[in-house]
Design a protein around this ligand. Structure first.
Ligand code: B1M
Length: 216
């Protein structure tokens, strides 16, 4: 029964059908399914398939856009439930979060932000395509403990390094921890740019953020 629901979720993304994705997300909430499980076992399966078809020329930009819109709608529907399930009320630290300049992929970044905020972090989500200067400005304004940088394109990953270099120049690098993420980010890249850590998913990002601020 649940597997069938996950399969329908995946299909709604393949079809780029936002209405169906929203209805299925609501159905998951009503059935008591963990929203993160609905995302990882249902919707993400579909969006990954569209990504693969796009990469090998079997799907085109309109399909990618529609799949992205449906995925966004599903995550937005599940978001209040994810917030509700967050148990911690304590504020562990302040996180400035952004998708780097030149990159408009927002779904993974938003998911990470939702999980961090549900887990007790104060999150300042600056959105997508955010210039380095704007990120630095916010870090200074809110006296952030952590910066989270998402990049989904091999061409925009370099901006993660740009932010780290800028923090370094301003003498803030020791004080402000930097976590990075996004599909092309690897351990080697993290070492190369001297970030403090990376995670492959939103749950891992919460554990990492807690370690970086010394909570666990
Ligand atoms: Co784009 N796109 N896209 N796209 N898109 C990819 C990333 C791609 C891999 C598809 C492919 O070719 N297979 C490819 C990148 C290739 C590369 O660079 N190597 C690609 C491309 C090429 C492009 C365009 C250039 C296409 C074009 O115009 N010709 C263009 C770029 C636009 C730009 O940014 N300037 C483009 C555009 C788009 C859409 C706008 C149509 C849409 C985004 C819609 C939106 O966000 N509102 C889109 C989509 C949907 C995708 C795919 C299919 C799915 C991305 C997604 O939302 N995944 C993607 C293929 C893929 O990744 N399978 C693809 C679901 C999401 C939950 O996962 O974002 O990975 P993800 O986030 C995860 C983890 O990565 C991690 O946790 C998240 C939750 O588990 N994580 C973090 C992410 N950020 C983190 C930060 C952290 C920690 C963990 O700490 C701070």
């Amino acid at each position: 029964m649940t597997d069938e629901l996950f399969q329908k979720m995946s299909q709604s993304i393949l079809d780029g059908d936002s209405d169906a994705a929203i209805a299925l997300a609501k159905q998951a909430i009503d059935s008591g399914i963990d929203p993160l499980e609905a995302i990882s076992k249902g919707f993400v399966v579909g969006v990954n398939q569209v990504g693969e078809s796009f990469a090998c020329g079997q799907a085109f930009l309109p399909e990618l856009v529609m799949a992205g819109e449906a995925m966004k709608a599903a995550v937005a529907t599940l978001e209040p439930e994810m917030q509700k399930r967050g148990t911690s009320r304590q504020v562990y630290g302040k996180v400035v979060l952004a998708t780097v300049e030149g990159d408009i992929h927002e779904i993974g970044k938003t998911l990470v932000g939702t999980m961090l905020s549900a887990s007790g972090f104060q999150v300042y989500d600056l959105g997508v395509d955010v210039p380095t200067a704007k990120i630095i400005e916010k870090v200074k304004e809110v006296d952030a403990d952590l910066v989270g940088l998402s990049a989904l394109l091999t061409t925009t990953m370099v901006k993660q390094k740009e932010v780290i270099d800028e923090l370094d120049k301003l003498g803030l690098r020791k004080k402000v921890k930097v976590m990075v993420g996004g599909a092309p980010v690897t351990k080697d890249w993290v070492q190369k740019i001297e970030a403090d850590g990376y995670s492959e998913d939103a749950i891992g990002a919460v554990g990492l953020a807690k370690r970086l601020v010394g909570v666990v």
